[in-house]
Design a protein around this ligand. Structure first.
Ligand SMILES: C[S@@+](CC[C@H](N)C(=O)[O-])C[C@H]1O[C@@H](n2cnc3c(N)ncnc32)[C@H](O)[C@@H]1O
Length: 746
């Protein structure tokens, strides 16, 4: 990288000369030399220049240095967001970097400017082919390999051991477990005789067998065979607590897989979840190969205890089943009814929105100004029109952090709450190193690298504040616990407790983030090194990778439903002299929204289906912007709620490739089962058409092809009928792209 920060500025003639040299190298395909020259031009000019950045990006593409090309193009885009050449370059670099979603976003933006642009259409085709090719082969091999259990740990939560002791106390005082055995004269031989009797008569008279076995136990109380036998018989008799008492008496090291599993199940029914988890954890360790029952039971108990309190007010519950956690209807939910609402545990304004619309950095309320809405029109308004704006546009003056004067809020309440919960750690006034974070936000992720060159430091598609706020909130909580315990350093337990709220979010990602953005980790390490009161938080590469993908897998875009524009409209409509009418010409544009991304604990449990039955909408939750999850169709009690992670209008193979790449699963929803990929293969029986021939398609949806009428009828009956022409959802609110081009599927 040639554009050193401290390079001296060059005169215009010198720059001209460099430009012609660079051009010559470029034309002669000597790209390395051209890169050097373009670097000198950028440094010598003292300011970035779109043409030069674009040229250098082109050189990088030719040199297969795609990350550099991407970074230059993105930077140029910041300066000229509507420049088509720049947009295309961004998209093409993304394709090479396998950042398919991002590529698609760029091409989508490009098509909004020029819907018929040939380069974009061709690039979209390339993108399509690349995705599908990449995944067709993998798909066949890995179709069956997804296993939700692999993603879920069985680590105890901090504080679990205290709760476990409390549960043991309940067991003892309420259920009298472990029970006390009446000891008869110890006699092994007699005990064996009674036990044999019990075995013999078990099938005929269970009660008598239990009585015989009880004599055996009382004559030889440490014999685990008799204990297990009697426990099993109590179970048969539906006396589960008595069974548990017998299982409890078997020393831990001698309890079998079945004993641990059954014991866990009993503990679950009497609502002692931590003990149940303990027993299922032990059973999992002793599980026979390929037996996942105990591991699944463990996760079911864990999910009940973690999510039960969150869903008590809603007609839904979280359960652990084949796709891991999922949301299920507790009762019938009618089309259009609210399934649940959710608040983000962490949020930050989306990078592009951050530059355009003012919003409260804590609660996400819009602080859209009249200038942001009306733009240049404000200057052209007549004085009486302007007077209406001044009078009716609500007061949106932001309240700044009193210390750093950098972060904006809608109210003192938000300012104070943000400070208490996380801002105190990343307030540049209190923690000067944190200014790097805000500089990167202001410059779209660009900054100075360790070698002094300027380039892209943060390349994530969401705001750095998501990760910064997570860590800051963890540190605040760990410090609080530390002070509470009168210590000067947080203990391991304090850190674990502070991190606990984020354990709810799954993380999946294959590439190393620290490799993709090597300059970012040191920034985070500098920022969180000194967090006040002598506390330091080490952002390791593993921590960065894990949190990065946690956010990637779970973020949802949302915004405040009501903006100052809506309040203005309401105020205007109440004007007694009907002066609102003269404003109509200025009010054609819909309100822009301040977009935020957030991690929502319940929403993050929604699994995907290409025929989703719920939709995510913006809506308030506890009087603050959040999400509302609404039934798209009637959902019967017991049915799973599915959202869509992608644009469901996409073709089957493309949908599945996106989902595999971004979320690591092959979708097996009814649409994926009863739609085909192309007309060369029968969607029903998979027979291939003869060379150069194609099977006729379903005339309604044109997404399934059949070799015969029989196959068509068969498929229709088995499932195609239910999904043919399934209504699509608008996924504009999701962070995933909407790859819908010119009313055609790409
Ligand atoms: C946002 S989470 C949804 C909740 C998740 N099941 C859990 O246990 O936390 C997204 C992850 O859920 C799983 N998932 C979602 N929909 C799925 C589906 N249709 N088939 C298989 N796995 C799915 C994938 O592992 C995906 O990465």
């Amino acid at each position: 990288m040639g554009d050193q920060v401290h390079a001296a500025l060059l005169s215009e003639p010198d720059l001209k000369e460099l430009e012609s040299e660079a051009e010559e190298y470029f034309n002669n395909k000597e790209f390395e030399k051209a890169v050097e020259k373009y670097g000198s031009i950028l440094a010598g000019r003292g300011s970035e220049n779109v043409t030069t950045l674009l040229k250098r990006a082109e050189c990088y593409m030719n040199l297969k240095l795609y990350q550099n090309a991407h970074s230059d193009a993105k930077h140029a885009l910041r300066m000229e967001p509507k420049n088509l050449d720049v947009i295309i370059m961004c998209g093409q670099a993304c394709i090479e970097l396998l950042l398919f979603e991002e590529a698609l976003n760029y091409f989508q933006d490009g098509l909004k400017i020029d819907a018929k642009n040939k380069t974009i259409t061709t690039s979209l085709k390339t993108l399509h082919q690349k995705i599908v090719k990449d995944f067709t082969i993998k798909g066949r091999v890995e179709e069956q390999t997804y296993n939700a259990l692999k993603f879920c740990s069985q680590d105890p939560y901090p504080g679990d051991s205290d709760t476990l002791n409390q549960e043991y106390e309940i067991l003892s005082s309420k259920y009298h477990i472990p029970g006390e055995e009446k000891i008869l004269a110890y006699n092994q031989q007699e005990a064996a005789w009674h036990a044999t009797q019990a075995f013999r008569i078990r099938g005929k008279s269970l009660s008598q067998a239990i009585a015989e076995c009880s004599i055996a136990v009382s004559k030889d109380p440490t014999n685990i065979v008799y204990r297990q036998l009697r426990g099993d018989m109590w179970l048969e008799k539906d006396e589960s607590l008595k069974a548990l008492s017998d299982f409890w008496a078997i020393p831990k090291g001698q309890r079998s897989y079945d004993v641990w599993k059954v014991g866990g199940t009993i503990l679950r029914t009497i609502d002692l979840p931590i003990s149940a988890e303990f027993w299922f954890r032990k059973a999992t360790k002793l599980s026979p190969p390929n037996d996942e029952e105990a591991a699944t039971l463990f996760q079911q108990v864990r999910v009940e205890r973690l999510y039960g309190p969150l869903t008590s007010d809603f007609p839904v519950k979280v359960e652990f089943r084949q796709f891991g956690r999922g949301l299920y209807a507790k009762e019938d939910i009618k089309e259009g009814d609210l399934a649940f609402v959710d608040s983000p545990v962490v949020k930050a304004q989306v990078i592009r929105s951050n530059h355009e619309i003012t919003a409260c950095n804590h609660c996400a309320r819009s602080l859209l100004t009249a200038a942001e809405y009306f733009g240049d029109m404000l200057k052209d308004m007549k004085s009486d029109e302007r007077e209406l704006v001044d009078r009716y546009w609500p007061n949106v003056t932001p309240i700044y952090c009193e210390d750093c004067k950098k972060v904006k809020y809608c109210s003192d309440d938000c300012r104070l709450e943000a400070y208490d919960l996380y801002h105190q750690i990343i307030c540049p006034k209190k923690n000067p190193a944190s200014i790097e974070i805000y500089d990167l936000i202001d410059n779209d992720g660009w900054g100075y690298r360790a070698d002094g060159s300027r380039g892209e430091i943060w390349a994530g598609h969401y705001s750095i504040l998501i990760l910064s706020n997570i860590w800051a909130s963890i540190i605040v909580e760990a410090k609080r616990l530390m002070f509470k315990d009168g210590l000067s350093t947080p203990t391991t337990e304090h850190w674990a407790r502070a991190k606990a709220p984020y354990r709810r979010f799954i993380a999946y990602g294959t590439t190393s983030v620290t490799k993709r953005m090597p300059d970012m980790l040191p920034v985070f390490q500098r920022v969180f090194k000194q967090c006040g009161d002598g506390v330091s938080f080490d952002v390791t590469a593993e921590e960065f990778n894990g949190r990065y993908y946690q956010a990637t897998c779970n973020l949802q875009e949302f915004s405040a439903r009501t903006t100052p524009y809506h309040i203005f409209m309401t105020n205007l409509s109440m004007d007694e002299r009907m002066r609102g009418l003269k404003m109509v010409k200025y009010l054609e544009k819909a309100s822009p929204y301040a977009s935020f991304c957030g991690m929502f604990p319940l929403h993050a449990c929604l699994n995907h289906s290409c025929c989703n039955n719920v939709e995510i909408r913006d809506g308030d939750c506890s009087d603050r912007p959040g999400v509302h999850v609404v039934a798209k169709k009637f959902i019967k009690a017991g049915e799973e709620l599915f959202t869509t992670y992608i644009d469901s209008k996409l073709r089957r193979n493309l949908r599945r490739a996106w989902l595999y790449k971004s979320f690591n699963f092959w979708c097996l929803c009814p649409r994926c089962k009863f739609e085909g990929d192309d007309s060369n293969v029968c969607t029903n029986c998979n027979v291939e058409a003869e060379e150069d021939k194609q099977f006729p398609g379903c005339s309604k949806c044109k997404r399934a092809w059949y070799c015969s009428v029989k196959c068509q009828k068969d498929s229709w009956k088995r499932g195609h009928k239910a999904i043919c022409n399934y209504g699509h959802s608008d996924v504009a609110g999701s962070i995933l792209p909407v790859p819908w081009v010119d009313n055609k599927y790409i």
